[in-house]
Design a binder for this molecule. Structure first.
Ligand code: AHR
Length: 528
């Protein structure tokens, strides 16, 4: 249940530029800090890098109720659907402009054989999903269904191919089946199965977590395998496929070093996985909704580690790829808690609270600020699994607080990152300190500046004075996502407990603007 949070505020100066984060501690007394104003400088006269909309990507695995029930209900379902894909979920995901969707896993990818998932559904084989609950996978959702989903969403497909238990030939044939316009047996099989025109597959991931569930490989062994597989990713029909290598588990910097050194020249991206475990203990991760300040602060601290991870992996990549040709692809991230009581532990079904919204907001701010290297990210996972956008219960559906952050942040898609420098108070718990605020800013094609701000403090508001260099502002508008507690979440009985509202606590000033941020809030401002 809700614990009485006893906040402590200290002051720190944080300098944040497009690619730089320097922290200098300046301790003031707690009382002075509460009176003090946080400061932000936005360099609207600068901006060199584009925030790829791919940073706002998603991941859908054959795991629990993500694909089956969450997305695929079948053509005969009473739940309204288009060719078996539920309409309510597609409509909701279209509103957050899902740019790219990773599939079929995850660990599942390294035991998936694509030929199981084509042709008449009734004839598709039943397999055991050995990673996720040992349930029967009937393969009713396969290549055609996934690519139909992507077309319904307007999202680019990102296919993870099987390296762990597959073959190079199997991967080659899958790519030919999907993308060739030739008069070949495989392309004709696709036509026979109902799809005449080849699909465009812009992204292919070669293995998933090859250091773990994908084969327990060393980076040396994986690098050799990667080189072999990547050679046989052929570009049919004039379309180029970008190849993404399996990257590191969190802070395993050696993995990135070895793979970049040995195989960097044959890839367009290398991945990174980092999950936020509130307790830091994989055995007892902590509840999604019943937590105290220790797990609240712990989760934010661990989510903020993403800044160090992208910076340090990026530094290693700079050694082998100083032109930044290869993208860092954070293709699994998010909070991972204990499953909801009474649900299958193998299904990873968890609720989603205001804490999750703050984690999404601060993480997306980190990706935005590092968009010179971070070219794609995929939150885990889209529906009913881990930090989901959407939860379903038969015909019912709800939008999570995380969904709302993704919707509010669509303004950053493909906008130009504006460098920011933030000086803000700390939010301290016991001996742990984190900056209380998080920010990123961008300018879109119409010249509108958007600033996304998170106040991570659970119960103290923050005043922020912002200077905007190189722009004369006349108007400021905003939206806010907040709730009565950090544990607040949406349920099927009360689906709108946490939802965005319009925000009137920001004013244009001579220099820029000032804003009063409520505690535990995500605010997005539009400056004209
Ligand atoms: O997202 C759940 C699982 O987490 C994925 O299958 C795997 O890649 C990671 O360990």
């Amino acid at each position: 249940m809700l614990h009485c949070f006893k906040p402590a505020m200290q002051f720190r100066t944080l300098l944040r530029c497009a690619t730089l984060s320097v922290s200098v501690g300046l301790s003031l007394s707690s009382a002075a800090a509460q009176e003090s104003t946080n400061r932000l400088l936005i360099r609207a006269d600068q901006g060199r890098f584009t925030i790829s909309r791919m940073i706002y990507g998603h991941f859908a695995e054959h795991l629990g109720r993500c694909i089956y029930e969450g997305i695929w209900v079948g053509e005969d379902s009473p739940i309204p659907n288009t060719r078996g894909i539920r309409n309510d979920v597609v409509q909701a995901l279209r509103r957050i402009k899902v740019p790219v969707l990773r599939w079929p896993g995850g660990c599942f990818a390294d035991e998936y054989h694509w030929k199981d998932g084509i042709g008449p559904r009734i004839q598709r084989p039943a397999r055991i999903n050995t990673h996720w609950g040992g349930v029967i996978e009937n393969n009713h959702f396969g290549t055609h269904e996934f690519l139909d989903l992507c077309e319904q969403l307007g999202a680019e497909p990102y296919i993870a191919v099987n390296v762990g238990s597959g073959t190079v030939q199997e991967m080659m044939e899958w790519i030919e089946y999907m993308t060739s316009d030739a008069d070949s047996t495989l392309a004709n099989l696709r036509r026979k199965n109902g799809r005449h025109a080849p699909w465009r597959i812009p992204w292919v991931g070669i293995g998933n977590e090859s250091w773990g569930c994908g084969g327990e490989m060393t980076p040396e062994h994986y690098s050799d395998l990667y080189r072999q597989y990547s050679t046989f990713v052929k570009h049919f029909s004039g379309h180029r496929i970008r190849r993404i290598a399996c990257g590191a588990n969190g802070a395993d910097y050696r993995w990135t070093e070895v793979v970049m050194q040995r195989a960097g020249r044959w890839m367009e991206g290398i991945s990174l996985h980092h999950y936020t475990i509130p307790t830091g203990n994989w055995g007892r991760k902590g509840s999604a909704t019943q937590f105290g300040e220790d797990q609240y602060h712990g989760a934010l601290r661990r989510a903020l580690e993403m800044e160090t991870l992208v910076r340090r992996h990026g530094e290693i990549m700079d050694k082998y790829d100083p032109q930044k040709r290869v993208g860092l692809i954070v293709d699994e991230w998010g909070i991972w808690t204990d499953v909801e009581p009474g649900t299958n532990p193998g299904f990873l079904y968890q609720q989603n609270s205001m804490r999750d919204a703050l984690i999404a907001g601060l993480t997306l701010n980190i990706f935005n600020r590092h968009c010179d290297r971070v070219r794609m990210a995929n939150i885990a996972q889209t529906v009913n699994v881990l930090q989901a956008m959407i939860l379903t219960d038969k015909e019912r559906m709800l939008l999570t607080p995380t969904y709302h952050v993704f919707e509010m942040y669509t303004v950053h898609h493909d906008a130009t990152l504006l460098p920011t420098e933030l000086t803000c108070a700390d939010y301290t718990f016991e001996s742990h300190r984190i900056p209380a605020l998080s920010v990123s800013a961008s300018r879109n094609a119409e010249g509108v500046i958007h600033v996304s701000l998170c106040n991570l403090h659970p119960d103290q508001a923050a005043k922020l004075e912002a200077e905007v260099q190189g722009a004369r502002l006349t108007r400021i508008e905003g939206r806010v996502l907040t709730a009565d507690s950090v544990q607040a979440h949406n349920t099927f009985e009360r689906p709108d407990r946490v939802r965005p509202a319009s925000f009137n606590e920001a004013r244009v000033t001579e220099q820029g603007f000032h804003v009063h941020l409520p505690p535990r809030s995500v605010v997005v401002l539009a400056l004209r």
